[in-house]
Design a protein around this ligand. Structure first.
Ligand code: NCD
Length: 325
């Protein structure tokens, strides 16, 4: 594994499977009455959030605390960033405090890469979402959720997602979740189809390792998982479709469309969901929708990533076989 986690494309198949397997170990900690490991005691981790976040921020914080790290939360609002301070000066302030890892979310694609490769800091850098570029821990938690649901918790250990068919639907153009998932799912052997209106398909998509379709109804009967994306209005500076109603009619997932999926197939969403737009409440609240499970899995994945980047070579969790039973 590399020292930083900037892009899902940096992970080899073996790296990715190791993270998923380690996350399974970490998930067992969540089943214990005391959900804590001493692994990162004495290490300091900063959560540097320049963009809004609910799930990702809380999830990283929970993961860090479960590993006993000292946690510093920084959000751009209310900090000197709103007074015009640069990323470099912010980074050097963190370096002066001796942080061991920085979890960064930033509106600018490439900000985590810059932080990791600038020489400004010595800490490990973990990308928690940069602009429209990458969100590698989201792709990992999505792959973890798919492996558990489609293969099984124990049966999945050591396995990738070879031959599984995943459809990603919606605002691909603005989605770091879609980009990260295409990279990671391809590395794990899955076949990905993107479905979006032509205006929300990125230029250059033909170089991505996936198929593209404009017709949701014909792809649904062939997939093992369908991942719905939010329409990212905050990143749009033009009209990409006529009306919301028109978008939902063609690209939204409702009960009738969900019925076209094979029986075993799951419905995924990274959150935040806009009910009535890309997904109806009926689908969001159905047993097939894994949105809440994805959030829980996010904590295990982030524990695994932090452990592997900072923790070292010992087994992630030491427990005797009898304790497991
Ligand atoms: C996504 C993000 O921020 O990229 N959400 C998340 O991390 N769970 C997707 C989105 O904002 O729609």
């Amino acid at each position: 594994m590399q020292r930083h986690l900037i892009s899902a494309a940096d992970l080899t198949r073996d790296d990715a499977v190791l993270i998923l397997d380690t996350a399974e170990e970490m998930a067992r900690v969540a089943d214990r009455p005391i959900k804590k490991l001493p692994t990162l005691r004495g290490r300091t981790i900063v959560n540097l959030f320049f963009e809004d976040s609910t799930r990702t921020r809380i999830s990283f914080e929970a993961a860090e605390k479960r590993l006993s790290a000292d946690v510093i939360n920084f959000s751009a609002k209310g900090s000197s960033v709103s007074k015009g301070e640069s990323l470099k000066d912010t980074a050097q302030t963190l370096e002066a405090m001796g942080v061991d890892a920085v979890v960064i979310r930033h509106g600018a694609s490439g900000a985590p890469y810059r932080l990791a490769n600038s020489g400004w800091i010595d800490a490990a850098v973990i990308n928690a979402g940069d602009g429209t570029h990458q969100h590698p821990t989201q792709a990992l938690l999505d792959a973890f959720t798919m492996r558990r649901r489609l293969i099984g918790r124990d049966a999945g250990l050591g396995q990738d997602l070879s031959g599984r068919r995943i459809t990603v639907v919606g605002d691909v153009l603005h989605s770091r979740v879609a980009r990260s998932n295409v990279d990671l799912l391809h590395t794990l052997g899955a076949e990905v189809t993107l479905v979006a209106p032509p205006t929300l398909v990125p230029v250059g998509v033909e170089t991505w390792p996936c198929e593209v379709s404009y017709d949701l109804d014909s792809t649904l009967p062939k997939c093992d998982a369908v991942m719905m994306l939010r329409v990212q209005r905050e990143r749009m500076n033009a009209a990409f479709f006529p009306t919301e109603r028109e978008y939902s009619r063609r690209y939204g997932l409702d009960g009738d469309r969900m019925a076209r999926l094979p029986e075993h197939a799951i419905v995924m969403h990274p959150g935040p969901m806009v009910r009535g737009m890309e997904i109806t409440a009926e689908v969001a609240d159905s047993d097939r929708c894994t949105a809440v499970e994805q959030v829980a899995n996010g904590v295990s994945i982030r524990m695994a990533v932090l452990y592997l980047l900072l923790g070292g070579n010992e087994p992630a969790v030491t427990h005797s076989r009898t304790e497991e039973k």
